[in-house]
Design a protein around this ligand. Structure first.
Ligand SMILES: Nc1ncnc2c1ncn2[C@@H]1O[C@H](COP(=O)(O)OP(=O)(O)OP(=O)(O)O)[C@@H](O)[C@H]1O
Ligand SMILES: [Mg+2]
Length: 313
């Protein structure tokens, strides 16, 4: 649905986007993550045919961004990171205005506007001025606007930025719903955990370069590699120190040490070992009272730090 090869944007000497290559299949939800100024918006604007690349190629829904801008604009919904100001325009009028721009006419237009308002739960604000909406409502209105022409591909630039925790959750639920409708979605954020459970693929961009591009599982695997292997957390009643000593002596274990803050023993397995079930087995056999046992979760923050550290340093 989206494919880039060596897509590059230069501003003077600055490579805002530097030979970016990626591919999104139908139904993919791609989390595009990077700090401020890393090139997310620039990439999305090129894909939306709003900005010309310096070189490189990209196709969206099979159309080249150089020759197929008309087809691409019809096929995608682009939600920019900032909206223009529309004084004196009511929510309903705003959507009517954009629906008209997509040449949706008459009854169909009314129906469509109602439908997208329901989708983002803004029916009750139809007659409110756009400028009177809260930040969260404005973002939802922006999403409604991108859905008017029923696009297959959505490019959402920081849809959750500036939202409070509750509004973030609502925005995520909306995106999950779009995913269930099999839309192909690229969404950017500089906040990682936000994307973990809604994306199947991740791209990590820094200073215009894509440092990582792959599935969430592949990202986790990479962190495991850098960490050196699987890490488990185990806790027993009263005798964590003793348990750590015992586990250190096991042939599968690279290291085992008490983490006082967490109140657990962190057990790192040697490379090549992935099964930690011997840990509780041996502790129980030695009459330790097992309290907890789990694989240490790799959170997406770790992924980002590991990957960016591994490559930029
Ligand atoms: N019109 C422009 N002229 C010159 N430089 C620009 C222009 N637009 C963007 N840049 C530069 O390109 C780089 C990438 O910017 P971009 O807006 O794509 O980053 P971003 O990842 O979207 O950041 P943010 O998280 O802040 O939205 C930045 O260094 C920015 O200053
Ligand atoms: Mg941006």
């Amino acid at each position: 649905m989206i494919e880039c090869r060596d897509l590059t944007k230069k501003y003077g000497e600055l490579f805002a986007v530097d030979r970016l290559s990626l591919k999104l299949e139908p139904g993919d939800v791609y989390g595009f993550i990077g700090p401020n100024g890393s090139g997310k918006t620039t990439t999305m604007r090129m894909l939306a045919t709003l900005l010309n690349p310096s070189w490189g190629e990209a196709t969206v829904c099979g159309h080249s961004i150089y020759t197929g801008s008309k087809e691409i604009r019809r096929a995608i919904g682009y939600m920019p990171d900032a909206f223009g100001v529309y004084d004196d325009m009511k929510v309903g009028e705003y959507l009517e205005f954009f629906a008209a721009a997509y040449r949706i006419q008459g009854e169909a237009r009314k129906k469509k506007v109602q439908q997208v308002l329901e989708y983002v739960d803004l029916v009750y604000k139809r007659d409110a001025l756009v400028t009177s909406l809260s930040r969260g409502m404005t973002q939802r209105l922006g999403l409604a606007r991108t859905l008017l022409h029923d696009p297959q591909v959505l490019l959402l630039d920081e849809p959750a930025s500036g939202l409070d925790p509750r509004a973030r959750i609502e925005m995520r639920e909306l995106i999950k719903r779009l995913r269930r409708e099999s839309k192909t979605i690229m969404l950017s954020s500089h906040i990682l955990p936000e994307l973990a459970d809604i994306c199947n693929k991740l791209g990590i961009i820094e200073r215009g370069k894509l440092l990582f591009n792959g599935t969430v599982a592949e990202a986790e695997e990479q962190v495991r590699k850098v960490r050196g292997g699987y890490i488990f957390r185990v806790a027993v009643a009263d005798r964590n120190e003793e348990a750590a000593k015992k586990l250190s002596a096991c042939s599968e274990v690279a290291s085992a040490a008490v983490d006082a803050k967490l109140g657990v023993v962190r057990v790192a397995l040697k490379p090549g070992y992935d099964d930690g079930s011997f840990i509780p087995e041996r502790l129980i056999a030695d009459r330790f009272k097992l309290r907890t046992f789990e694989e240490e979760k790799i959170d997406i923050e770790d992924v980002f730090l590991t990957i960016t550290k591994g490559i930029t340093s």
